[in-house]
Write a protein that binds this ligand. Structure first.
Ligand SMILES: Nc1ncnc2c1ncn2[C@@H]1O[C@H](COP(=O)(O)OP(=O)(O)OP(=O)(O)O)[C@@H](O)[C@H]1O
Length: 193
């Protein structure tokens, strides 16, 4: 996988408050960053900056490779069966066949025919993770990926992240839950106001 993510002197201001200032790090193939900090510190904002959805007031974000974003909003049609909702996205990515394998990777093949609206919180999050896996994108940007996951599903997430990195992918994880990501670059965002 050809992947690289560089933040160079990035400063983010929201609602008139500086969330982080002059933040720099480089992730090459197989690299990971673990973003931690209290509620409201700016973890989600950093993910959005890395995704190109939020413009920093200073600094530059450089990305090589496609990005896949996981946020609270699963962006899955609630009325569609899980397999179809997932297939919609992987189809857009030109990888329709990847949906089935990704659903299997998160242990939810049995839910393929079930409408998204009937999923539990943790199941919905796992389908969101499957969407990231199915995308084939080398740069994963995961905002609170372990929210709603039980112990086994959190372990599964750790395994998927390890596998992705072994394949040369990059992962940025913002979390307030303990997730062990070996060798991850630690990014601690300052105290909440
Ligand atoms: N659209 C916005 N306009 C102005 N301020 C915003 C906006 N979105 C978020 N903020 C503020 O930016 C700050 C950082 O929010 P962010 O969601 O990045 O924090 P976080 O570290 O992810 O928090 P949490 O752990 O609670 O999810 C908060 O004070 C929040 O109120």
């Amino acid at each position: 996988m050809n992947a690289r993510l560089v933040l160079d002197g990035v400063t983010c201001v929201r609602g008139g408050r500086t969330l982080f200032e002059g933040l720099s790090f480089v992730l090459d193939e197989g690299g990971a960053a673990l973003v931690t900090g209290p509620n409201g510190a700016g973890k989600s904002s950093l993910i959005r900056v890395a995704a190109g959805l939020l413009q920093p007031v200073a600094g530059v974000v450089t990305v090589e490779g496609e990005r896949a974003l996981l946020t609270e909003a699963a962006a899955l049609d609630p009325e569609l069966p899980v397999a179809k909702a997932l297939g919609f996205w992987s189809g857009l990515d030109g990888r329709r066949d990847a949906a089935e394998a990704a659903l299997d990777a998160v242990g939810l093949s049995h839910l393929a025919p079930v409408p998204v609206r009937l999923l539990s919180t943790g199941q919905r999050r796992r389908v969101g993770i499957a969407r990231v896996v199915a995308s084939g994108a080398p740069v994963w940007l995961l905002d609170e990926p372990a929210n709603g996951l039980d112990h086994a599903a959190t372990a599964m997430l750790g395994h998927l992240i390890s596998e992705h990195r072994l394949n040369g992918g990059i992962v940025v994880v913002a979390t307030h839950l303990p997730i062990h990501i070996p060798g991850a670059h630690g990014v601690v965002i300052g105290e909440a106001a």
